[in-house]
Design a protein around this ligand. Sequence first.
Ligand SMILES: [Zn+2]
Length: 448
Amino acid sequence: MTEIGIIAVGGYNEMGRNMTAIRINDDIIIVDMGLRLDRVQIHEDVEIDKMHSLELIDMGAIPDDTIMKEINGNVRAIVCTHGHLDHIGAISKLAHRYTAPIIGTPYTTTLVKHQIESEKKFGVKNNIVSLSAGGTLEITKDISIEFINAQHSIIDTVFLAIHTTGGTIVYACDFKFDRTPTLGDAPDFKRLKEIGEKGVIALITESTNSGRNGKTPSEMIAHSMLRDVLIETEEADVGMIVTTFASHVARVNSIVKFAEEMGRIPILMGNSMERYIGTAHQMGYIELPESVEIYGNRREIDKALTRIMEAGKNKYLPIVTGHQGEPGAVLGRIASGETPYKVDRGDRIIFSANIIPNPMTRANRYSLETKLKMRGARIYDDVHVSGHAYREDHWELLGMLRPEHVIPAHGNIQMHSEYIQMAEDAGYVLGDTLHLLRNGEELYIEEE
Ligand SMILES: [Zn+2]
């Protein structure tokens, strides 16, 4: 008999700081250790790299893993499904407390290594193991993990399958079913169905966009929207600036390609652009044209902006950080007139991003757009598609895996309730085969 415990550590009451522990008898696999960024941002001048875990737990910024002391068992692995901060951002604060390797895809583990290097409070010495999508790794003689290719808004995202003697547990936190991705392969539907046929004990899946109708549009749609705004225009000579998620490698890759097509030099600006895109390039996930320039620090950025003003704004396409109005990011500094780049009437600012729905980012974004408009900028917003599955994608996932138990994760209670309604439509029963977990709770499942 196999006893399974699903322990909701973080990310079940909120968006961010995701962490789930999965106990198979006495062996535990931790999945994700993330950060909740808005809990850090509300405090001015917080230097997270110097802070202690307990302080960050009190702030609600990282998962409260002190509950792990009550759980009987040994942690055998820490698995990260992708490189977003809400999945890996607490590794440098929590991983050193466990004698277990950190396992992720190659891009994810490289980001994890960067994060550990920038940590100033704790020494994280866990082994870091890369496992590519499609790969399997034995954890104990009874447990193995498998990475199944997925798509999301960052490259090298995977579904995690934990194979046990009693059946498989699938963790699908953060995915979209993109059959026409602009980078990487479509999700491995064949493998998902095979796993479904063999028997899935439990599915833990994100509820984030389960309240949105239909299916998530493909990244190919965002690609077309960008083409429409950047190339299909009668004003091809005006100043244009694009801002997007630095970690969205496929999106940045599309924008760089459009810059070439426009006969402009793409310039990536911002610390995180350098980190995410530079890393993806070095690792061979994307090819960049010879002409591309990447600048992380403020002095270099301002020098490049001076050059743009001298040579002509129509010769360059700056791709910058700051789409959420983050103070200190490149676009915010441009909007405030703190850089050599002067916005003229008719210049285009293209937001290839949504507004992250919390009051603070809404306020920051409002202030940013207003400042830009006061300088005469024309705003193109929401040139974007989501990286999270919509309701009917979730329906399809349930159809392929047919899990005995379903647990929504990665969302607040409104998002979970949307997921629960969809799962009830699929025949699941709340409290029996469908489970609402709150941070700190453990669900027990016994398998013959
Ligand atoms: Zn994500």
